[in-house]
Design a protein around this ligand. Sequence first.
Ligand code: MLT
Length: 253
Amino acid sequence: MKTNQINKKISITVHLTPGNIDEMGLKDKNLIVIDVLRASTTIATALQNGAKEIMPVGTIENAVKISGSLFGGVTLRAGERNSKMIEGFNLGNSPKEFTEDVVKAKSIIFFTTNGTTAIGKGKHAKNLVVAGFVNLSKVVEFFINLQEDIVILCAANENVFCIEDAVCAGRIINKMAGSAGIELVLDDTGVACATLDKSFGKSILKMLKSTEHGKYLTEIGFADDLKICAALDSVQVIPMLVGNIIKLPKDIN
Ligand code: MLT
């Protein structure tokens, strides 16, 4: 039997690093920012555990400056340099630290080497959503409902390609491609990411363990974080940047 289903065409453009991306080039785009290890995972975890909001900043100096003008007790400074906690900060960048006890109702000023830089590039986007494996299905659901073109920005590592972010981009693409009523139009980078996901993405944890940053995190004592970052759909939130603040849609007026 013939069906008359009309497929909505959605184009997905993927950038493997933020290096050559200009903020104005992302203006009014629907943007997904991915930093699997670990900023995306940490942001999603913090919001799931009741953090009020996350303020991503581009430099450690800014984190210190902003927090100085905010109320102690309700504001936490979090983030990393070389993946380790920054002196004088309350938290590092391990999702394990962002428990309900610690973050509930708190505003978190957040600096990470690559994740918050990539998010900053998207400050003029129409919709900016932070994605990792942990909240992948929620993000896909959001963009399937939106039915508009998408740009995916991988945070990468100091503007060098990272397998884990590319595989996550590929998983988002493959999951969207499987949705009824949608026809994806991909650039070559998107096709490559989707293909990478079909090979390296078979075991997310195994893939993370084999990456440069995964090996480094393991070496410095964060092996458990890889398991947390690999836990597909373990966190049911859509972190969205509004103005300069990341919140959940329910908290956006
Ligand atoms: C980053 O944004 O560079 C990372 O999240 C680094 C890390 O693993 O802490």
